[in-house]
Design a protein around this ligand. Structure first.
Ligand code: FES
Length: 260
């Protein structure tokens, strides 16, 4: 079904679950047959997935982690954080879910050698970027070794993979911002794309600004409609109030953080 009023066509697909994996407790990887969305989706965009809830069905925004345009599937990687995502996690292979998308504006991928910086589940939309770009590096952070299960998923897609953990159980001890200044000083990166907790994104944007490297951030907000109609996702930026679902979720850091 085509949804009117969008600059790009959005569709609702009744998508069959092709596989459902659990890399660590509380995190799910769903691969869905959604050929129309897979065909047009761009890195940084998201979908609204209809999930069972006590009161009926709710749509939940989830970043697109990967697509196969030839095989017609999209992959979602998400943490179970509420009724919606917990309900979705109970769906098994072969079940159908309703998916609306692709939504929002994605990353600028026209870069020679971008550095992707992700923390926790912020690595989801950046994975799509990595999979679509021929020469990309990633800096990933997690609290523990278990939380950087992403390394195995990213390795086939990236030139370099740098890892930090808060507790030092894997990679360098510290935060992504512990390694970032050295990487930006010694590397040949011409852009930074970051997604993760807001404090992390703001700090990454500040470091990128110090090195005069353009930085984009992917914001996360509660979203009701996902289509620019309800204002539940509004955010104040240097260019006024913007809707994360429609004007973002990807914004230039300088627009969101001022000096970023
Ligand atoms: Fe409704 Fe963004 S979620 S306007």
């Amino acid at each position: 079904m085509w949804v009117e009023g969008m600059t790009l066509p959005k569709v609702i697909e009744e998508a069959r679950i092709l596989s459902h994996e659990t890399p660590i407790t509380g995190v799910d990887i769903l691969t869905l047959a959604a050929p129309m969305i897979a065909h047009t989706a761009l890195p940084g965009q998201f979908v609204q997935v209809s999930v069972p809830a006590d009161t009926g069905f709710l749509r939940r925004p989830l970043g697109i982690a990967e697509v196969s345009r030839t095989d017609g599937w999209i992959r979602l990687i998400y943490r179970q954080v509420g009724h919606g995502t917990k309900g979705l996690a109970e769906e098994e292979t072969g079940a159908f879910v309703s998916v609306l998308g692709p939504l929002g504006n994605g990353f600028d991928t026209a870069l020679r050698h971008p550095l992707l910086v992700g923390g926790g589940m912020g690595l989801t939309p950046l994975l799509f970027f990595a999979a679509e770009h021929p020469h990309v590096s990633v800096l990933m952070g997690g609290r523990t070794k278990e939380e950087v299960f992403w390394e195995e998923i990213y390795r086939p897609h990236v030139s370099e993979c740098f890892i930090t953990t808060d507790d030092g159980s894997y990679g360098a001890q510290g935060f992504v911002t512990t390694l970032l200044p050295t990487l930006l000083r010694d590397g040949d990166y011409d852009g930074v794309a970051v997604c993760g907790p807001s404090v992390m994104m703001e700090r990454v944007a500040a470091v990128a600004a110090q090195y005069n490297i353009p930085c984009e951030v992917s914001l996360e907000r509660r979203m009701a409609c996902g289509l620019g109609a309800c204002l539940s996702c509004a955010v104040d930026t240097k260019s006024g109030r913007r809707k994360v679902c429609k004007d973002g979720p990807v914004f230039p850091a300088a627009e969101v953080y001022g000096d970023g």
